[in-house]
Ligand binder design. Structure first.
Ligand SMILES: NC(=O)c1ccc[n+]([C@@H]2O[C@H](COP(=O)([O-])OP(=O)(O)OC[C@H]3O[C@@H](n4cnc5c(N)ncnc54)[C@H](OP(=O)(O)O)[C@@H]3O)[C@@H](O)[C@H]2O)c1
Length: 248
């Protein structure tokens, strides 16, 4: 039987890239977002569930409809973040935190008995460092998600469910690629401070999410994998030297 994967926030950016990769492997994908990213006709393996996660009170009903339609789960991946109008603080609390908690609590008893049972929560380097172009709500939301990973890893271990987090730094996604590639100066500067001299792509982050869903990572739970190529391990002296040498 094909594995059933629930992807929250799989309609854009990194989530859309992950969905595209998973489609090649013939999973059954239930994708939640406010919009649909591919046409259903072109991709019969996906069922889109258009839903605004700010409406937290009806999430348990959404989850039971998904389970009824496609059966028990093998994995859940959370990629959503608050985007939109209105109060960013309340929006992030609802969309990132309350929605994630309610979905996990509603679905935890409905994983397939056999096989690999996993939850992957996409956080950010902003869960531990400060990214100045993101609001406080984003930082607080991501820091709380990191702790949610640890809490549920312990709580759900008895059910055989592994829970891990992924914390990327800046990711080149299809929607933002042109922006960075167009500004060669900025692009090269990002590369210069990155120890691996690159900007990680959405495909690379999607590969790590897949690894954490896979049996090959079966010994890992409760971890937050920082995906920044060691960028955040550099001291300010090292960064200053790199910037001083930049362009030479
Ligand atoms: N891009 C980066 O450089 C980067 C770096 C570090 C961490 N991350 C993290 O990686 C994840 C994906 O990032 P991204 O840049 O790909 O984000 P994105 O393009 O903004 O996509 C966010 C996803 O969340 C969904 N979403 C937003 N508000 C929603 C709502 N109210 N109800 C339901 N769904 C909602 C969106 O779907 P709809 O619009 O269809 O609703 C979309 O699928 C996020 O958690 C982000 O914090 C990204």
């Amino acid at each position: 039987m094909n594995k059933h994967i629930l992807i929250i926030g799989g309609t854009r950016g990194l989530g859309k890239v992950l969905v595209k990769n998973l489609l090649k492997k013939k999973y059954v994908l239930s994708v939640v977002g406010r919009t649909a990213a591919f046409s259903r006709r072109a991709h019969p393996g996906i069922v889109y569930w258009p839903y605004d996660l700010r409406h937290t009170q009806n999430i348990p009903r959404l989850i039971s409809r998904i389970l009824k339609a496609k059966g028990k789960l093998d994995s859940i991946v959370f990629l959503q973040r608050f985007r939109g109008q209105g109060d960013a603080w309340q929006g992030e609390i609802d969309v990132s935190l309350t929605a994630t908690k309610i979905i996990i609590d509603s679905a935890a008893g409905h994983f397939n008995k056999k096989g690999n049972k996993t939850i992957v929560i996409v956080s950010s380097i902003a869960g531990s460092l400060i990214v100045e172009d993101q609001p406080l709500s984003y930082h607080v939301g991501k820091a709380a998600l990191n702790q949610m990973v640890r809490f549920y890893a312990v709580k759900l271990a008895v059910k055989g469910v592994r829970v891990n987090g992924v914390s990327p730094t800046l990711v080149l996604k299809p929607e933002s690629k042109q922006f960075y590639l167009k500004d060669k100066g900025l692009y090269n500067l990002y590369k210069a401070v990155h120890p691996l001299n690159k900007i990680n792509t959405a495909e690379e982050v999607a590969d790590i999410i897949e690894f954490l869903m896979h049996d090959k990572s079966r010994a890992i739970s409760g971890q937050n994998i920082v995906v920044d190529g060691a960028l955040s391990l550099q001291g300010h002296e090292s960064l200053a030297v790199k910037l001083n040498n930049f362009g030479e």
